[in-house]
Design a protein around this ligand. Structure first.
Ligand SMILES: Cc1ncc(COP(=O)(O)O)c(C=O)c1O
Length: 460
């Protein structure tokens, strides 16, 4: 490639991408005849690609990440300043942004105490699992090593994280998986497993206890849950669910790990999703929105009680947490995260998230009245989903291809939305919306207007 190519001629870049980049979660056959999409520039919610086309991004970088929007110069400046001063040192020692961000983060998380840095959501969850396993060996004579996860939740792409994923299509052909990851039922009342029950939330939580009793409470060390299930269909927890989950974990001495990789840092209008539901976790993991994609960072945050379990015997050479993540020592992540948090605070983005989230939900409900294909609308803050059905009465899911056609027709109207994809056999039928927390009322309306047109075009 000629790197001195004029900036307005991006065809060599597109050609290089087409020739050499293996894209995530993508079938490349179509790129034999069409160009891959290459994004070039972003500002707030707007993105320009190599063809010069502008789109409004309603999914924060495709995967719920760019919470403060594109083009935040102060984050780039903070990262640049930090990198020229001190870019990296192995995480066995401290750094200035690492210490400062940990302090700021813990201020937002009453009851939590320690921050362990790594690079991705998957990795943050792997750290949590290793903590649980080590606690099992040191505290429970090798028992309490199993980790429960929920159907439809997702916790990452590495093999153990995938083993704890409740989305069968993501797991297919990547097994065999490590032992000890046990599924519990999902909590989507719209697709109730127990018919029309009065207290669905409590019933779904009790279903977790049934699994614990079946497996044996002595064998179960932890339960991992998303506060609001993301890629599994934007599932908000039913009434009564979380208090009962907490009760069950305490009763059976089971650590509660909350995966905040999507909800974390503002997405639901609170700093963390679990804070909407009055629950107190033992371990919290987070990644995407922590630095809004300006740098790679993830955190595994624990209570002091969990942390203490790893420093009780200084003479035991195997007693502390023997984990390392080279790039967990990069300073760009916490430097970006500090500035990201400042922007959320100073610009009132939690409030904006609630206001714009309410507008988005209202607009979606209005669409539901006009389009029979929308079976249910769900969401919290700027984290919304619309489940599409072929038949409202039977709730038969709209086929994935048609849902994809709605996404494409929305894109044709200049708005990028998402959908559950390659996750749940026969149930990849939820449109996903997660605009940046800086979204304006006009942009929210632009998103739902585009969906309106797309639904009419594809579904009549
Ligand atoms: C809830 C949840 N947890 C964990 C992950 C994994 O994060 P990463 O892709 O950064 O490894 C994801 C990714 O989408 C996620 O949605």
């Amino acid at each position: 490639m000629n790197i001195s190519a004029p900036i307005n001629d991006l065809s060599p870049i597109v050609a290089a991408d087409r020739a050499h980049v293996w894209h995530h979660l993508t079938q490349h056959k179509p790129f034999e005849t069409i160009d891959p999409r290459v994004v070039v520039e972003g500002k707030d919610l707007r993105v320009w690609d190599a063809t010069g086309r502008e789109t409004l991004d309603a999914v924060s970088g495709g995967v719920w990440t760019v919470n403060v929007g594109y083009g935040q110069v102060s984050i780039a400046d903070a990262v640049r300043d930090q990198l020229v001063k001190m870019n990296f040192f192995a995480g066995a020692v401290g750094t200035v942004p690492g210490a400062l961000f940990a302090q700021r983060l813990i201020e937002k998380m009453p009851g939590m105490s320690r921050v362990y840095y790594s690079n991705s959501g998957s990795e943050a969850n792997e750290k949590a699992y290793k903590m649980v396993r080590q606690i099992a060996h040191r505290r429970h004579g090798g028992n309490k090593w199993k980790i429960l996860y929920r159907e439809r939740d997702y916790h990452g792409t590495t093999i153990a994280a995938l083993a704890s994923g409740g989305q069968e299509e993501r797991k297919a052909m990547y097994g065999p998986f490590p032992a000890g990851f046990i599924p519990v039922p999902h909590c989507l009342e719209y697709r109730s497993q127990w018919g029309d029950v009065a207290d669905y939330g409590v019933r779904a939580a009790n279903a977790i206890e049934e699994v614990i009793l079946r497996e044996g409470p002595d064998s179960v060390g932890a339960l991992i849950l998303e506060p609001v299930t993301a890629g599994g269909g934007v599932i908000t927890p039913p009434e009564g669910y979380w208090p009962r989950v907490q009760e069950i974990c305490r009763k059976h001495d089971i650590l509660l790990i909350i995966d905040e990789v999507v909800c974390g840092v503002g997405r639901t209008g609170t700093w963390f999703g679990y804070q909407n539901y009055g629950v107190q976790p033992d371990i919290v993991t987070m990644a995407k929105g922590v630095a809004s994609g300006y740098a790679a960072i993830s955190c595994t945050v624990t209570t002091e009680r969990v942390f203490e379990l790893f420093k009780d015997d200084a003479e035991d050479p195997m007693g502390y947490f023997r984990d390392i993540s080279t790039f967990g020592g990069c300073t760009a992540g916490p430097a970006a995260a500090l500035e990201n948090m400042r922007i959320i605070e100073d610009d009132g983005l939690l409030d904006n998230c609630l206001t714009m989230g309410a507008r988005l939900m209202d607009n979606l409900h209005a669409l539901q009245e006009r389009h029979a294909v929308i079976g249910q609308v769900r969401g919290k803050g700027l984290f919304c989903g619309a489940e599409l059905v072929a038949d409202r009465a039977t709730k038969e899911a709209l086929p994935e291809k048609q849902v994809a056609a709605v996404v494409a027709a929305t894109m044709k109207r200049g708005v990028q939305i998402g959908m559950t994809n390659r996750s749940l056999p026969g149930l990849n039928n939820t449109l996903c919306l997660s605009p940046a927390l800086v979204a304006t009322a006009d942009q929210i309306d632009q998103i739902t207007d585009a969906i309106d047109g797309a639904l009419t075009e594809v579904c009549g």
